[in-house]
Design a protein around this ligand. Sequence first.
Ligand code: ADP
Ligand code: TRP
Length: 321
Amino acid sequence: MRVLSGIQPSGSLHLGNYFGMMSKMIDYQEHEELFCFIANYHAQTSVSDGKVLARGTLEAAANFLALGLDPEKSIFWVQSDVPEVQELAWLLSNFTPMGLLERCHSYKDKVAQGIKPNHGLFAYPVLMTADILLFKSDRVPVGKDQKQHLEVARDIAIKFNNEYGDIFVVPEAEIDDEVATIPGLDGQKMSKSYGNTIDLFQDEKALRKQVMRIVTAPIPVEEPKDPDQCNVYKIYRLFLDKSADQELRKRYQAGGLGFGEVKQELFETIRDTFAPFAVRRNELLGDLEGLRSILAEGSDRARGVANRTLGKVRKKTGLAY
Ligand code: ADP
Ligand code: TRP
């Protein structure tokens, strides 16, 4: 099975990105054919400063590699290093009804947040569809927020196939309900745009500060507490195996557990979990030439696959004459 997903290189990496998408992707490399890329074209819908985008791209690549993505076991590249995807996006645009894009929540939400409603933002799901179809992906693991974009991708693939025969694989979204929406500090979806994130790679002091900001109810220490109503628990459980999870639930229910204490434990857990990855990340970012060469190899391999699909599409659509 071929699994593909991308992550935008905008802003720092948070627990929502990690548990919602990255850790699952990295696991896939062991038993599936994994395609993974840094979606820097998509990031241009929100980042216009070239230096920020370039640096963010390198950091996002270092994040993935540091967290365990193995470029030998997967195909890992930067989206714009395979510009063939733009040609496919154009071809697919002609099979994309306006209404399909007009209904996209993500577009409407971003416009409501004050982002300018330009064509890039509007056409974003078409480019995402091209990412998926170009590599004939069977499965696309994403967070719940991307579900509708996967429906758009399926619709476009079906429309195109109806016209030209079975060129594209119709992809399936993979949304893991357990971690579908990782909550942030305030219990809402963790997201950069809500300013409620806990970031993976930051200094201890800043990390502790974020964890201490998790919103809790004013319940006295001695009272029993419902873990399922607690934002600290909802994040902490992501790090626990079954028995440690049961143990923590019991401590909540027994009473006598203060939110300060459990926040301190959570802070230490996050710090200790990611410390070794931070060391590796710094090494990668300390050797940018080495990092660029890993990415160049990845894009060569991705391009090979892309050109095979695009060759067929060009023939069918009459661009090859
Ligand atoms: P943000 O909402 O912070 O801007 P992105 O849109 O860059 O995050 O998300 C990158 C990837 O991480 C996507 O696959 C997205 O679905 C996933 N993701 C982001 N936030 C969460 C979350 N809170 N829970 C689950 N998955 C998430
Ligand atoms: N839109 C995705 C996000 O913001 C990133 C992305 C771009 C993507 N192209 C993709 C994800 C293709 C999966 C497949 O999270």
